[in-house]
Design a protein around this ligand. Structure first.
Ligand code: GUN
Ligand code: ZN
Length: 429
């Protein structure tokens, strides 16, 4: 057994979203799992094979959880934001994703994606890959190789397209079953498959029902998109005339489970939110994407007031950044915009978005038993933060409290401030 000890200040959240700040803790990690957390330890209180004493000014936080990221769309970061969602998908996204029929192309991109997101502190990523199963397995192999916890989705689309970026229902099911088997063959405890119907405009009811059955049979997660853009919602209404809402379409298919995460959810009605709450289904808030593509301002407080679990997603490349620090900042700005337009509205604060980026994301992905904060019984997925690495001559000029340091990280930090990254106790940066 490997025993590691980490000693220093700790900031994390509890399940009520409150910030827990401790000036000095010792965290004992055995084979990647936290077994003891001792406050104010004295020298010699605890021993281990490997001891990491944080330097002055550094502090520990839980690893970031990206609940919605398209690994395949990395090469497109920053292009096409003068278009709305449906036009952007046709013009930029689908043509790029077709390249992943090429395994060399897939290998090159996915290598960068996993390394880059780990550098940015994403210890868990919930990925969309592409339509191609074998190519999507390469993403899982890269996550296992570099030590990133991940849910990997082979995208399903059976609505016929002229460019051939689609499958028949039969192909989609056969390829998805093979994909699940191949991901499980990687035999990494960090990497799991997730069933990924792209959205209701790409999949018919028959395919969605079959995919829901597969998710049940293999007991795996499900992810898709919902209520992101008004034109999209109108198109869904037109295609699925017999259903009362976008959520009702997914519910009929059996896709709304307590291991389902839906990206965006900007325009979900009260009735839909109550349905999601009843099913235990979560939403990934994607504020950077929602503003880049001018999809809308998602009111996280409204989602939460209906009891819906919410995490945070970068939604690369609808979102312009693969950093969860940027996503937290965008979430704050979106919430401030809502507050400016809505008298009496209390916007999200830095503690709220920190929760979304860590334990909130873990809860949204139904992984909160294992990750999200640094308490006994959970995996040691953690970041060592140092604010003095990017400010040069301003280092240590002013003393800040730990709460203030967390604010500085969220409002003005970047990946340079993430000096060490651990997943299940393994150092990956
Ligand atoms: N809806 C369906 N596919 C996509 C996608 O790739 N990105 C975003 N943002 N929305 C989608
Ligand atoms: Zn997306």
């Amino acid at each position: 057994m490997t025993r590691q000890l980490f000693v220093g200040p700790l900031i994390h959240s509890n399940e009520n979203g409150q910030l827990i700040v401790t000036q000095r803790v010792a965290i004992l990690v055995e084979d990647g799992k936290i077994t003891t957390v001792m406050e104010n330890p004295k020298p010699g209180d605890m021993t281990a094979d490997y001891v990491t004493l944080l330097s002055a000014g550094q502090f520990l936080i839980p690893g970031f959880i990206d609940c919605h990221i398209h690994a395949a769309q990395f090469p497109n970061l920053g292009v096409g934001y003068d278009r709305g969602l449906l036009d952007w998908l046709e013009t930029y996204t689908f043509p790029l994703e077709k390249h992943y029929s090429d395994h060399n192309f897939s290998e090159k991109v996915y290598d960068v994606v996993v390394k880059r997101t780990l550098t940015m502190g994403t210890t868990t990523a919930c990925y969309f890959a592409s339509l191609y199963g074998e190519s999507s397995v390469i993403l899982g192999q890269k996550a296992a190789q570099f030590g990133q916890r991940s849910l990997i989705g082979k995208v399903n689309m059976n609505v016929k397209r002229n460019d051939g970026y689609c499958e028949t229902t039969e192909e989609s099911i056969i390829n998805t079953k093979k994909f699940i088997t191949d991901i499980n063959k990687i035999e990494s405890p960090l990497v799991k498959p997730i069933i990924t119907p792209r959205f209701a405009l790409s999949c018919d009811m028959e395919l969605m029902k079959e995919l829901a059955k597969l998710a049940k049979k293999f007991d795996v997660h499900i992810q898709t998109h919902i209520s992101e853009n008004l034109d999209e919602i109108e198109a869904v209404r037109h295609l699925f005339k017999d259903y009362s809402s976008y959520s009702a379409v997914y519910d009929e298919a059996g896709l709304l489970t307590n291991k389902t995460i839906l990206a965006h959810g900007i325009y979900l009605t009260d009735t839909e939110l109550d349905l999601l709450n009843k099913r235990g289904t979560s939403v990934s808030h994607c504020p950077s994407s929602n503003t880049c593509l001018r999809s809308g301002l998602c009111d996280v407080k409204k989602l939460k007031s209906h009891g819906v679990k919410v995490g945070l997603g970068t939604d690369v490349s609808g979102g312009q950044s693969s950093s969860i620090i940027d996503a937290m900042r965008s979430a704050l700005q979106v919430s401030n915009h809502i507050a400016i337009q809505t008298p009496g509205y209390e916007p999200l604060n830095y503690k709220d978005v920190f929760y979304l980026a860590t334990l909130g994301g873990a809860t949204a992905l139904a992984l909160d038993e294992h990750i999200g904060n640094l308490v006994p019984g959970k995996q040691f997925d953690a970041l060592v933060i140092d604010l003095n690495v990017s400010t040069g001559p301003l280092d240590n000029l002013i003393e800040y409290t730990l709460e203030e340091k967390l604010q500085r990280l969220i409002y003005s930090g970047d990946d340079r401030n993430i000096v060490e990254v651990y997943v299940a106790g393994q150092r990956v940066k």
